[in-house]
Design a protein around this ligand. Structure first.
Ligand code: MLC
Ligand code: AMP
Length: 505
């Protein structure tokens, strides 16, 4: 029996002494070292009672060990549930309870809080720190023999990735081994990665982009990664000469362009710059080419579907477009009212079908049915059109969503917190243009009659409940929210009115 994802991406490197993870201190982990580490972790997590189909939630700093934990879960058939390190205790409690995780792996500094959360659900807790130490590593160190890989098919679940929703309640997107594998193989081929590639990896490893796109593509191709704990401009400039490719969110590229050290000479040896997770301004694309001679390759994806479209490797990479459907992936544009398919140059909702599309939302059959059609097409919530040459353009979103520096933020989640504060009648949270993050969060508050809400106090309370990246950068008191005749808040009017807020405030 085989484990398709493990065997194809990880296991094939067994015994290979070729570099896989290159750390900023100069140390290098070979593919063989990495697999041995993963095998030890697989022993440790199964020893704690987890087996195929169980969930392991991980809120860990980026490290080789954190990545090996992902590999260990794949090898043991355990569903991996990575969590943003910025999430607060309240946010974590929901994910742990909702997923029914049997084990949570977290930083030692957070262990006490997480143990309190886990006491309710009798979930076990182990620690794994950013430097690789912790109770889990301690338990893993006892094992030296290879772990017997658990058999898994393409239809078995490999990961849950939580994404927020318009109701404010996060949904666990269930991704199968086949979803991850098909996309990794397609991308490695489409972008022509091979064993000579070195990817400068500065993304977090708890989201699709850094975990599945970057890591799985490098495993599929047999290349190496320079593994930076986070985006660090000086380090990026210093290490670029050793890389052949970079994957980033648009903020990476605008920041690099803002640095005089980022020159044509520094990048002349690079093979590929890829951007995604948020819209890359056409202007950034043009400036990048003027500065470096490279055309950024923009692609489009999402948590539920992995990658859907990409600009071509050899052909024309067009600014302001996300390219063509990937091989094996169907992308259509439909009329939101009728569901009928629309022709070129007509804006509609973007729908996607293919081996990359997730299985549904964990224990949310109604939400799954609302977004995933019976014929297999997933309604992405993005609005777009194909042009006459077949390039997809994303022109907006049908979902109330803010993307800040590549992180998704659902206004509803923040509005629920703001609305509950003393003196607040109602609120509207909107995304406004921001030079660094693309969009950033602005909170508009209407006071109860005669009340004067304490905005500083509200900001402090919000900070205790929501991850830092979701905090409104500013709270503003306004008289009333504009509504249409149906009583719905007209956020488009607010977005227009406050479009220059961070340019002028
Ligand atoms: C950090 N902060 C953010 C933020 N990142 N606030 C809003 N949005 C963000 N994205 C906060 C910090 O906590 C800090 O708060 C302040 O903003 C400034 O931080 P910084 O030091 O400038 O930020 P930095 O650590 O450099 O991080 C910025 C970033 C990072 C853009 C490099 O956010 C990042 O790596 N983003 C990538 C996200 C990602 O991987 N998305 C992919 C999702 S998958 P304070 O108060 O402490 O100063 C997906 C599918 C697909 O979307 O298609 O790929
Ligand atoms: P997430 O749910 O975090 O995976 O974010 C997915 C969303 O990011 C998509 O639905 C799009 O709205 C957006 N997105 C991803 N890539 C791009 C891109 N290249 N251009 C515009 N939006 C993008």
């Amino acid at each position: 029996m085989t484990n398709v994802l493990f065997d194809t991406l990880f296991g094939k490197h067994t015994g290979q002494q070729t570099p896989f993870l290159m750390m900023q201190d100069g140390s290098v982990l070979s593919h063989a070292d990495f697999l041995a580490m993963a095998s030890r972790f697989a022993h440790a997590i199964t020893q704690s009672g987890l087996g195929p189909g169980d969930r392991l939630a991980a809120q860990t700093e980026k490290s080789p060990q954190a990545l090996a934990l992902y590999a260990a879960c794949v090898q043991a058939g355990i569903i991996f549930l990575p969590l943003n390190t910025a999430y607060t205790a309240g946010e974590l409690a929901y994910f742990i309870e909702d997923s029914g995780a049997g084990l949570v792996v977290c930083d030692g500094a957070k262990a006490e809080t997480i143990r309190e959360i886990c006491a309710k659900t009798q979930t076990q807790v182990e620690t794994l720190n950013g430097d690789g130490t912790g109770t889990l590593s301690g338990a893993a160190a006892k094992y030296s023999e290879p772990f017997r890989t658990a058999p898994r098919t393409e239809d078995d679940l490999a990961a849950f990735l939580y994404t927020s929703g318009t109701t404010g309640r996060s949904k666990g997107a269930m991704l199968t081994q086949g979803n991850l594998l098909s996309n990794a193989l397609t991308l490695a081929d489409y972008w022509q990665f091979d064993a000579s590639d070195v990817l400068l990896h500065a993304l977090p490893v708890f989201h699709t982009h850094g975990l599945f796109v970057a890591t799985n593509v490098m495993l599929a191709s047999g290349g190496a990664m320079i593994f930076l704990p986070r985006f660090d401009q000086d380090r990026m400039i210093e290490l670029l000469p050793r890389a052949t490719a970079l994957m980033g969110v648009p903020t990476f590229y605008t920041r690099l362009l803002g640095d005089a050290r980022f020159t044509r000479e520094l990048t002349s040896h690079m093979r590929l710059f890829i951007s995604g997770s948020a819209p890359l301004l056409a202007d950034t694309h043009v400036q990048f080419e003027e500065r470096t001679g490279h055309r950024i390759l923009e692609r489009y994806g999402m948590t539920e579907t992995n990658m859907n479209t990409s600009n071509p490797y050899h052909g024309d990479r067009r600014a302001g477009t996300v390219g063509f459907p990937l091989p094996g992936v169907e992308v259509i544009v439909t009329d939101p009212a009728t569901g009928g398919r629309l022709g070129p140059d007509t804006v509609g909702q973007i729908e996607v079908r293919g081996p990359n599309v997730f299985r549904g939302y964990w224990q949310m059959p109604e939400k799954t049915a609302a977004e995933l059609r019976e014929n297999g097409f997933f309604i992405t919530g993005d609005l777009g059109k194909f042009d006459a040459d077949g390039y997809l353009h994303i022109v907006g979103r049908d979902k109330d969503l803010i993307i800040s520096g590549g992180y998704n933020i659902y206004p509803k989640e923040i509005e629920l917190v703001l609305d509950a504060q003393p003196g607040v009648l109602e609120s509207a949270v909107i995304g406004v243009p921001h030079t660094d993050f693309g969009e950033t969060v602005l909170g508009l508050i209407v006071a109860e009659k005669g009340a004067t809400p304490d905005l500083d106090q509200i900001a402090e309370t919000t900070a205790g409940q929501l991850a830092r990246f979701k905090h409104p950068r500013r709270l503003v008191l306004i008289d009333e929210l504009p509504r249409n005749t149906m009583g719905k808040v007209q956020k488009n009017l607010l977005r227009d009115a406050y479009a220059d807020y961070f340019a002028t405030a």
